[in-house]
Write a protein that binds this ligand. Structure first.
Ligand code: IPD
Length: 276
């Protein structure tokens, strides 16, 4: 088995540097535009940070491939091959970033032979660093992470994100799914505006489950390694294995809670990352 620990060290250094750029950019005036829908925002900083991360990694690892949120939006094919591939969200929580709402992260995942090998997520506002490498545990600022072991959904806190589609039919399904999970009853449902940080809360045991339709491979890649290494489950919304390109996910601390969430969900079709 190849040792990817050097890649984890490099990813951590780059995430910290990228985080500094985000921290100073948040204080400045932002140039905001939209991508797939009026609520799918992008700023100059998203492009700058992605360029910084990819160019630094490319210099270190010239043979590796890259999937980045903003490169994909600009038309670069989002393709996961067997080659070592970095999967990058330069600013996750762009809408939060635009409003200076303090839930913004840099996310760097890495896959080899289509297997997720490591993940680094840096919370740019509070400086929390989440790291994991397959088979070597997950950590938050160096302290080992452990998911919640709760199996009883009536004691669960559930997280989700809204996704970019806001047409009435999509919102009806979104709200219907949330209603089912609220009336289980669960302790509550939360939306924080950053998929990657919400997923980190599953890894740390601060919440029991996460589900979403409409996120992307760069929202899931790093977080999936972190959650699995903290003992949790990251699966498809049908209950089958995660399909990184499918734009949907359920994550949970226990299989019982993951299965319960899966059974409640009515799907929302966002298409696939590798077909756009
Ligand atoms: C988005 C955020 C948002 C979630 C979207 C993501 P971005 O990422 O995590 O909370 O609902 O699905 O794509 O665009 O801010 O990097």
């Amino acid at each position: 088995m190849e040792d990817w620990s050097h890649c984890l060290d490099v990813a951590v250094q780059i995430a910290l540097r990228a985080g500094q750029v985000v921290q100073s950019a948040v204080k400045q005036e932002k140039q905001v535009s939209s991508k797939s829908t009026p609520t799918d925002l992008v700023t100059e900083a998203d492009h700058q940070v992605e360029e910084l991360i990819i160019s630094t990694l490319r210099e270190k690892y010239p043979s590796h491939r890259f999937i980045g949120e903003e490169s994909s939006a600009a038309g670069v094919k989002c393709e996961l091959t067997d080659d070592p591939t970095w999967i990058i969200d330069p600013i996750d929580g762009t809408c939060n970033f635009v409003h200076s709402f303090p839930m913004v992260a840099v996310s760097i995942g890495f896959a080899v032979r289509k297997e997720l090998e490591l993940g680094v997520i840096y919370h740019c506002f509070d400086g929390t660093l989440y790291t994991a490498r397959k088979g070597h545990g997950a950590f938050c600022n160096g302290v080992r992470l452990q998911v919640s072991k709760e199996k009883d959904v009536s004691k669960a806190l559930i997280l989700t994100e809204i996704g970019a589609k806001r047409d009435p039919a999509t919102l009806d399904i979104f709200l219907g799914n949330m209603k089912k999970l609220l009336s289980a009853p669960t302790h509550g449902v939360r939306i924080i505006g950053s998929s990657t940080l919400a997923l980190c809360h599953i890894a740390s045991g601060a919440a029991e489950a996460y589900y979403q339709y409409g996120l992307h491979c760069w929202d899931i890649a790093a977080a999936a390694v972190i959650i699995r290494e903290a003992g949790g489950y990251v699966i498809d919304t049908t209950g089958g294995p995660l399909d990184l390109m499918s734009r949907r996910v359920v994550a949970a601390g226990t299989r019982q809670i993951a299965d319960y969430v899966v059974k409640q969900l009515q799907p929302i079709n966002y298409g696939r990352d590798d077909l756009t």
